[in-house]
Design a protein around this ligand. Structure first.
Ligand code: GLY
Length: 352
């Protein structure tokens, strides 16, 4: 078992290991004054793990209520959010009680935003059940729902009371969902972990993920501690995400986040090579690594389509947009480009 402590506006532990869902009762009893817990999960995760979590909480004397919504990004909207708040009010959840987010990024983002806003803030625990949520979404306090205008456009920074990352849950992930998380793991390697990339190049880590997951979480901890509110160093975590969000939007959110980020990383690295910011050999090596983890490296959407959708991303500031650009194997920097250059960047990136 590994523990990574995050010291942000709230200090909390991220515990990584096996069998941790069964420990949630003890952890909640330690962290919450109240004895009611609302477990929020989705229709994929509920049949697998909800009973285990409920039993663990009830075993420590909690009254447990459960809110289960249809799995998928389409549920991360205002309607589900308001339904959840109304549910919490009906269940008479008070400020000393807590929410428990059991699931992937959608569950964690929605639950965190509800926790921040219900009664002006109640505590919540994150129990990530996907690789993507384990290494990224469950740590660092970004919470959000999507608006019709775009992804994650309403949200808050609100840190959890604790995160239990039960690696047993990764065993039941479909290969495609595991691959989505691998895109984020490769992202960590590209922003500052040549040693992590070396491990990933050696072979798949699915059988024994603890070291890799803990390494990614420690990297995220370091960035969150430097820049909790995402105005500087934390933005490095957006490698591949700016164009990736454009790709997701072009697909009407039918392409998964991880796959879109993988393509986004390849495109931005190609653009960096074309503009002379990154050695040419980095892109083919990155593409080989992404493909090794069953991730795509190109898209059929045109540069014009991608440009239009990417511009609605919130990383735009006036006439410029923040890109994260690899400058070497295992090193990336923040690089602001004029908005009008973005289409050229995507075109050149795709041509590499
Ligand atoms: N997912 C990127 C961040 O937490 O900043």
């Amino acid at each position: 078992m590994t523990t990574v402590t995050v010291k942000a506006s709230r200090t909390y532990d991220v515990t990584i290991g096996r069998g941790l869902l069964a420990q949630v009762g003890k952890e909640a009893a330690r962290l919450l004054k109240g004895r009611s817990a609302a477990v929020v999960t989705d229709s994929n995760v509920a049949p697998l793990y909800l009973d285990r979590v409920k039993d663990a909480l009830e075993g420590e004397g909690f009254r447990v209520c459960t809110f289960v919504f249809p799995a998928g990004e389409a549920s991360k909207n205002g309607a589900t959010y308001l339904n959840l708040l109304e549910f919490l009010a009906r269940e008479q959840i008070t400020r000393t009680d807590g929410l428990v987010a059991l699931g992937g990024g959608v569950v964690g983002d929605l639950t965190g935003f509800a926790a921040d806003t219900f009664l002006r803030g109640i505590g919540f625990l994150q129990l990530p059940t996907t690789l993507l949520a384990a290494v990224d979404a469950s740590v660092g306090g970004k919470t959000a729902i999507d608006l019709q205008g775009g992804k994650n456009l309403a949200g808050a920074f609100y840190q959890p009371l604790g995160v239990l990352c039960d690696l047993d849950t990764l065993d039941t992930l479909p290969p495609e969902t595991f691959a989505d998380g691998c895109a984020e793991v490769i992202k960590y390697g590209m922003i500052g972990g040549p040693d992590l990339l070396a491990k990933l190049e050696q072979g798949t880590f699915r059988q024994d993920p603890e070291e890799i997951v803990a390494r990614c979480i420690a990297m995220k901890r370091d960035l969150v501690e430097q820049d909790e509110f995402d105005t500087g160093a934390r933005q490095l975590l957006n490698l591949g995400h700016t164009i990736g969000h454009g790709i997701e939007a072009c697909s009407g959110y039918t392409l998964s986040h991880g796959k879109a980020v993988a393509i986004g990383m390849a495109l931005v690295t190609g653009g960096a090579a074309a503009f002379g910011l990154c050695p040419a050999e980095v892109l083919p090596r990155l593409k080989r690594l992404l493909q090794r983890y069953d991730l795509p490296v190109e898209t059929a959407y045109s540069s014009a389509e991608l440009y239009e959708k990417t511009l609605s991303d919130k990383k735009r500031t006036g006439d410029t947009i923040q890109l994260v650009v690899p400058t070497a194997w295992g090193r990336s920097v923040l690089h602001r480009v004029p908005v009008r250059q973005l289409e050229d960047w995507i075109t050149k990136g795709a041509a590499q």
